[in-house]
Design a protein around this ligand. Structure first.
Ligand code: SF4
Length: 336
């Protein structure tokens, strides 16, 4: 069973969406009523890896700001970027995941006050009337598709973004859960972006996610159906032969999709905040990530030295360009 129990805020128990989500969980899932998610979620520290044996789902309303400005270098240059908060945490387990150090608990929270999320997206959109486009990103604190069969959120996004022609929505994912997307008519302003790494790397670090082959199959299926697709080649991790592995990745993509149809490719090198690195040491003490030659910056972040980062990014960028990808479509993620 995916969830040990589902905790529902008392005052939202009668909402249609809450009932719909509950109806998609096995009958045997224990249901518990709670006063408010803030009093439960992370109130007492729950070790990250407890998600393996005891993962709860919390259904709640999130108050306050639900649409937030994205950090610099988050997406394609030249447009404003925002992310919206619709969920916390992820059912997968990537060794480098920054969510390890982010919350006090690995439990999944789904915020069901979608009207407010929608209103804040529209308000933000209206504040940028003079821009040619404005980006919204789902999946800052979760995977955008992993639970979409339970949350039915894709249908919600389709309906919201069909009314916002200058807006773009990015659904970031490592999931093969594309059943909902396959039923929806492709919408030119909703882009599904897959994070992808060379196969050996993905096998070493991405646990429970879709495999390398499954992700490429999903990219192909979505692309064939006419859904706009983007790629995140992130995190790039150094090995002496990493270039050959990225060349192989492009060969594997090339036989499945028309690479020129990709909306964008973002490139990012592995990096850790101090807290996430401490969690990595605790949760994955034998990870190969400990063999990497990281330095600690003035901001306490662990990453490769700047010359090495830029060199690696340029190597992968050159591989993209050698496959005739438009240089305007390749951007460096979170790298000033
Ligand atoms: S898929 Fe993303 S959010 Fe989920 S564990 Fe992996 S890195 Fe974290």
């Amino acid at each position: 069973m995916l969830f040990s129990s589902v905790l529902v805020e008392k005052n939202i128990a009668d909402e249609k969406l809450v009932k719909d989500i509950l109806s998609r969980l096995p009958d045997s899932t224990e249901k518990i009523e709670i006063e408010s998610f803030e009093k439960v979620f992370g109130a007492v520290k729950k070790p990250y890896l407890q998600k393996r044996e005891n993962l709860n789902l919390i259904l709640a309303h999130k108050k306050g700001k639900l649409v937030k400005q994205a950090p610099d270098a988050y997406g394609l240059e030249g447009s404003p970027h925002y992310y919206f908060v619709h969920a916390y945490n992820c059912i997968y387990e990537c060794e480098y995941c920054y969510l390890q150090g982010y919350f006090n608990s690995p439990d999944i929270v789904i915020f069901t006050n979608r009207d407010e999320i929608q209103n804040q997206i529209i308000e933000t959109y209206n504040n940028h009337k003079n821009e040619n486009e404005i980006w919204f990103h789902a999946g800052e604190f979760s995977d955008s598709l992993a639970l979409s069969h339970i949350t039915q959120e894709c249908e919600f996004y389709w309906q919201v973004f069909s009314k916002l022609p200058k807006a773009k929505l990015e659904l970031r994912t490592k999931s093969a859960n594309i059943k909902a997307l396959k039923k929806l008519k492709p919408q030119s302003n909703v882009i599904v972006s897959y994070s992808l790494s060379p196969e050996f790397q993905l096998k070493s670090y991405d646990r429970k996610t879709a495999t390398y082959k499954q992700r490429i199959k999903c990219i192909k299926e979505l692309s064939d159906l006419g859904h706009p697709v983007g790629l995140h080649l992130d995190p790039i991790i150094y090995t002496p032969d990493f270039k050959q592995h990225y060349e192989q990745l492009f060969e594997d993509l090339k036989v499945n999709i028309n690479l020129q149809k990709l909306c964008y490719i973002s490139l990012g090198v592995v990096r850790f905040s101090k807290d996430v690195y401490a969690q990595l040491e605790k949760n994955y003490p034998t990870s190969n990530l400990h063999q990497q030659n990281f330095t600690t910056g003035f901001d306490q972040k662990k990453r490769y030295s700047r010359p090495l980062r830029l060199w690696m990014l340029n190597q992968v960028k050159n591989i993209c360009l050698s496959y005739d990808i438009d240089p305007q479509k390749v951007y460096l993620c979170m790298e000033e």
